[in-house]
Design a protein around this ligand. Structure first.
Ligand code: ADE
Ligand code: ZN
Length: 356
């Protein structure tokens, strides 16, 4: 079994580089699903400037270079401040379609066969952009991506948890007419001080209306927020969930119930949830029997799309090819695909040849 770690003492530099490149290509080609991706977090500075010009919006950065330099964060909130500012360039249906297409082009190159993307309607409706414009643009991008790359998708709308529950309820009412295109509702934004219980009634109503439910929990917030997300919001998937490792009893429960955790390693390091990738619990989570997948969260801000997350995590934690294949299998098993499509994707993951 190949392990993604290089031992400088026994390998000369050329062999090292060849192996490194082979490993990168193997992980890039590994068929996978992406389940934790904020479409607004794929806004690359180049597109941000192009859209700013197109829509006459002023940005807090002088140029692309300056934007890249600003992407150093102390915590989740310091990131969110910049992320919401960037969203101001997204105005028309075409902007949302372009954003989505750019993401899918990158996802296709990274071996993604299926993606379930988040969007934050309140970030846009609060600026006067209609719910319909946002959904139409993203949907157009997803449809074109499916035609061009064969990537299937689901759409998940997130409530901003730093806003109140009444605002979330009003947003849910607006979403009802889009029930056919929005599969699930989720919960994101600043976690500390905004526990899942604040949104219990909203999620009750969402489930009654036929939406599936997921929630960010245990990213910066305590393990108890994970418990609340499952028990009070009926979340069938936990986004992040990394702080579960502080609560062995909760680990046992998530393992027993096979509750998926959509983990985003580069995000966790960029937002200082963990000091380095080498100290990330992804491998320990997998070895505990948790259903963990690897995802990119907000790749334009965190230094890598999904394949880069696979590559850097595998290297930092010296993971084996079969562990990485297990992560890819988990991504499919955790998806909202129907049984038939899931079976087909799992077969693709299993049939992917081992690393030579
Ligand atoms: N919105 C975009 N990225 C997020 C994250 N990592 N956590 C919470 N809310 C988010
Ligand atoms: Zn997220």
């Amino acid at each position: 079994m190949t392990s993604f770690v290089c031992n400088d003492a026994i390998m000369d530099e050329t062999l090292d580089e060849t192996l490194d490149e082979a490993m990168r290509e193997w992980l890039r080609g590994l068929p996978k699903a992406e389940l934790h991706l904020h479409i607004e977090g794929t806004l690359e500075p180049e597109l941000m400037f192009k859209l700013a010009q197109r829509n006459g919006v002023e940005l807090p950065f002088a140029n692309v270079e300056e934007a890249h330099q600003a992407y150093v964060f102390d915590d989740l909130q310091s990131f969110l401040d910049i992320y919401y500012a960037g969203c101001s360039v997204l105005v028309t249906e075409a902007d949302f379609a372009d954003l989505t297409q750019e993401y899918l082009t990158r996802a296709a190159a990274d071996g993604v066969l299926h993606t379930e993307i988040f969007f934050d309607p309140q970030t846009h409706t609060d600026r006067g952009i209609s719910f319909g414009t946002v959904v139409a643009g993203i949907t157009r991008g997803l449809e074109e991506g499916e035609r061009e790359f064969g990537i299937s998708s689901r759409l998940i709308m997130c409530f901003l948890r730093h806003l109140d529950a009444d605002a979330a309820m009003a947003t849910l009412e607006e979403a009802l007419e889009f029930r056919g295109v929005i599969t699930a509702v989720g919960l994101d934004s600043g976690e500390s001080g905004n526990p899942p219980e604040k949104f219990e009634a909203v999620f009750d109503r969402a489930r009654a209306a036929g939406f599936l439910t997921v929630a960010h929990a245990g990213e910066e917030g305590p393990p108890d927020y994970i418990r609340q997300a499952i028990d009070m919001l009926g979340a069938s998937r936990i986004d992040h969930g990394v702080r579960v490792m502080e609560d062995p009893e909760l680990v046992d429960r998530l393992v027993a119930e096979q509750v998926p955790c959509t983990v985003c390693p580069l995000s966790n390091v960029k937002l200082r949830v963990f000091p380095s990738l080498g100290e990330h619990p992804l491998r320990a989570m997998l070895q505990s029997g948790l259903r963990v997948s690897i995802n990119s969260d907000d790749p334009a801000y965190f230094g890598g799309y999904i394949a880069e997350n696979y590559i850097q995590t595998a290297q930092a934690l010296a993971m084996t090819t079969e562990e990485m294949r297990a992560v890819a299998r988990n991504s499919v098993l955790s998806s909202f695909l129907d049984a038939h499509a899931r079976h087909e994707l799992l077969a693709a993951v299993d049939a992917y040849p081992g690393m030579q």
